[in-house]
Design a protein. Structure first.
Length: 113
């Protein structure tokens, strides 16, 4: 996740495009995603449909992993989440939960097949 001086909001260096699949996942998979934030401010990360289990914050394991709908990714830091892609298939989005940032392009598409 990054926000440049010109206020360009991106994930993986790309602004949102609903036609593009940014993450392809196999149904039933358990994945760990490392969400890095290169911006000078925190960004709350939200994934539609599947809850996320926070397992690491800024390189330190979380002593009691917790399930979240939104996880904070600190400025200049990273958060590792575990996601069980069970129960549902199809396309949905993940994005910064600051809606102005989402609207400015900080969103991606995940497709589970």
């Amino acid at each position: 996740m990054s926000a440049g001086m010109g206020m360009r909001f991106t994930i993986d260096g790309k602004e949102f495009d609903h036609r593009r699949t940014d993450q392809a996942v196999r149904a039933g998979a358990m994945e760990e995603w490392t969400i890095r934030n290169t911006a000078p401010m925190d960004h709350p990360f939200h994934l539609h449909v599947w809850p996320m289990q926070v397992v690491e914050q800024d390189g330190a394991p979380v002593t009691e992993p917790t399930w979240r709908d939104v996880v904070n990714v600190p400025a200049g830091g990273q958060t590792v989440v575990r996601i069980a892609f069970d129960d549902f298939t199809g396309r949905t989005v993940y994005h910064c939960h600051i809606l102005d940032h989402e609207d400015a392009g900080m969103m991606g598409v995940v497709e589970v097949t």
